[in-house]
Design a protein around this ligand. Structure first.
Ligand code: SAM
Ligand code: SF4
Length: 332
């Protein structure tokens, strides 16, 4: 009997996009110039539908770690109540959230009280002008205040995500890394991927993590660090620093063998891999047409069993899936 068996793989982590909308326009994430087609509210899975899927489908299949993302998840009305309900579900081992930080000064306290402990905040620059150039918004100060609020409230680990863009913010990498010296913060440098804004990618290119580590090593020294969380980051530490440095190197490295995750878009498409759009399944349509929990579990278990290793290099060989959606639409 299929469902009585252990899942055939080690996927235990689901990234859930709460909505595809965002109040920022990061150059690496969204195509410039053209308007994005946002989902209609009725197309977005309701909180009840999400909790039902988590309880009846994902938890029974061993997926017990969840990250809320988007778009900008904190823009969704009722997000604090949803976090509370999710954190309170029996069997849930871990809940985290990725945000651009814009609403954190208002929401950090409520999110913490709701049970959230782990948060990632995107901060691509320490310079408000560069920040505006990247995000299209003059909100550096507000985001910085949000980060301070998260720190004060006690989020631990508190991680800052930095997408490194050559000629734009790569010169700031050592200064960003220096934030970890006196703070128990974790900075994660992410290689720019050709998803979302491929024209900009073609124009800018990307910097590999080893080059960044070289620059940090030259200024501060660098040792390998203790590993936090369950992700694809390679962890390092400036000697004596309180925090750590993570490098997510999906362009220069293949970490498929460490991959423990699948992604659910706001409109209910379950995607086996960031780079695989063709094998995703439409859970929302199944759910709304009355499929039983058993059928839904079978569909998800099939997807987990067939989750293939795909790397960007496969795309060059024409093997990988297509990228019709931006990171904000997929749930980055
Ligand atoms: N709005 C939230 C935020 O910005 O943190 C959550 C959603 S955002 C899509 C999640 C993560 O995806 C962010 O850390 C962002 O930097 C990253 N991201 C988006 N587009 C990317 C790209 N083309 N290459 C690498 N990382 C990207
Ligand atoms: Fe919005 Fe996050 Fe994409 Fe920036 S990276 S545009 S904040 S979804």
């Amino acid at each position: 009997m299929l469902l009585a068996e252990e899942p055939m793989n080690t996927v235990n982590y689901l990234r859930i996009s709460l909505l595809d909308r965002c109040n920022f326009r990061c150059s690496y994430c969204m195509p410039s110039g053209s308007e994005i087609d946002y989902l209609h509210r009725s197309e977005i899975l309701s909180y009840e539908e999400l909790l039902g899927l988590i309880k009846e489908v994902f938890l029974p299949l061993g997926i017990d770690r969840f990250r809320l993302t988007g778009g900008e998840p904190l823009l969704r009305r009722g997000v604090v109540g949803f976090v509370k309900a999710l954190c309170g579900l029996p069997g849930v081992q871990d809940v985290s959230l990725t945000t651009n930080g814009f609403l954190l000064s208002e929401l950090a306290d409520d999110l913490y009280r709701a049970g959230l402990r782990r948060i990632n905040i995107s901060l691509d620059s320490l310079d408000p002008t560069v920040f505006e150039q990247i995000t299209g918004r003059k909100h550096w100060q507000k985001v910085w205040e949000g980060i301070q609020a998260a720190h004060r409230v006690g989020f631990d680990p508190l991680k800052l995500n930095v997408v490194v863009l050559p000629g734009v913010n790569d010169h700031e990498v050592p200064d960003l890394a220096a934030l970890t010296i006196n703070r128990n913060w974790h900075i994660r440098f992410i290689e720019f991927m050709p998803i979302g804004n491929s024209d900009y990618f073609a124009e800018k290119g990307w910097v590999d993590s080893e080059t960044l580590r070289g620059r940090i090593r030259e200024r501060f020294g660098l040792g390998s660090g203790e590993c936090y969380g369950n992700g694809p980051a390679d962890i390092f530490q400036i000697p004596g620093a309180k925090g750590t440095l993570g490098f997510i190197s999906q362009m220069s490295e293949c970490f498929c063998e460490r991959c423990n995750r699948v992604r659910l878009s706001a409109d209910g498409w379950l995607r086996p891999c960031l780079l695989n759009e063709s094998d995703q399944i439409d859970l929302k349509t199944s759910l709304r047409s009355g499929a039983s929990a058993l059928i839904l579990r079978q569909q998800v278990q099939k997807l987990l069993g067939e989750k293939a290793d795909i790397h960007f290099k496969d795309r060059e060989r024409g093997v990988a899936g297509s990228y019709g959606r931006t990171m904000s639409q997929i749930g980055g």
